[in-house]
Design a protein around this ligand. Structure first.
Ligand SMILES: C[S@@+](CC[C@H](N)C(=O)[O-])C[C@H]1O[C@@H](n2cnc3c(N)ncnc32)[C@H](O)[C@@H]1O
Length: 203
């Protein structure tokens, strides 16, 4: 899906992914320390603004300018616009305004596994030694009994695809696991599997 698809999806007053920070970002990132962060494919900025409110200087890098405009408006409403910046760029070849940073977040970037590897490695290359990379995705394991997220296996990572993607990289995996949860559907609450990654850039 190209940026035009995402621009159109975001062309609504409502926040497509809400203004509420992702609960796994809270669980994994609230205890991390640092000053600078990149929220790669941060969209309308729910996680960027959350981090900014916790004191991080955050750059949201996404290829949808429509999403980024909503994010900056949201940052203003929350009085953290000075902590928030953006770049409208591809996750595959972005050049951050500030690099290296202390933390990289990549939340629900559901793209093919070759491109996802490139995005993760590029993000990791812009994180300081000892800094962290946190990732969260709808898991491929959702295809067998789970709900929510895309149904194309190629855009769904799992423990093995992420392990393979990080082989030989500068990242040391701290946590890489599926989390069982629930998702609201028209037919009520259904099981849903989320893949989480916490990695640290090797010293
Ligand atoms: C499902 S949304 C998640 C947004 C945000 N991370 C969140 O959790 O609310 C996926 C985001 O990835 C962005 N995206 C998809 N492919 C991209 C690419 N190749 N380069 C940059 N951004 C991309 C889209 O514009 C969209 O904002």
């Amino acid at each position: 899906m190209d940026s035009g698809y995402w621009d159109e999806k975001y062309s609504t007053e409502e926040f497509v992914y809400t203004k509420l920070e992702n609960r796994f970002v809270v669980e994994f990132c609230s205890t991390l320390h640092g000053i600078t962060a990149i929220d790669l494919a941060g969209g309308e900025g729910r996680n960027s603004v959350y981090l900014a409110k916790r004191g991080w200087q955050v750059e949201n890098i996404d290829f949808s300018q429509v999403a980024l405009d909503k994010y900056m408006q949201f940052a203003k409403e929350e009085n953290v616009q000075e902590k928030c910046s953006f770049s409208c760029a591809s996750a595959l070849d972005f050049v951050p305004k500030v690099s290296p940073v202390d933390l990289g977040v990549i939340a629900y970037l559901q793209i093919n596994q070759k491109d996802l590897k490139q995005a993760i490695i590029r993000l990791a290359s812009n994180i300081k030694p000892g800094g962290h990379l946190f990732g969260v995705w709808h898991s491929r394991d959702n295809l067998t009994g789970g709900f929510g997220g895309p149904r194309d296996p190629e855009v769904l990572p799992d423990v093995s695809t992420i392990t393979e993607a990080l082989l030989g990289s500068n990242l040391e995996i701290k946590v890489l696991e599926n989390r069982d949860g629930q998702i609201q559907t028209r037919e009520g609450l259904k099981p849903s599997v989320t893949l989480v990654l916490l990695a640290q850039v090797k010293l």
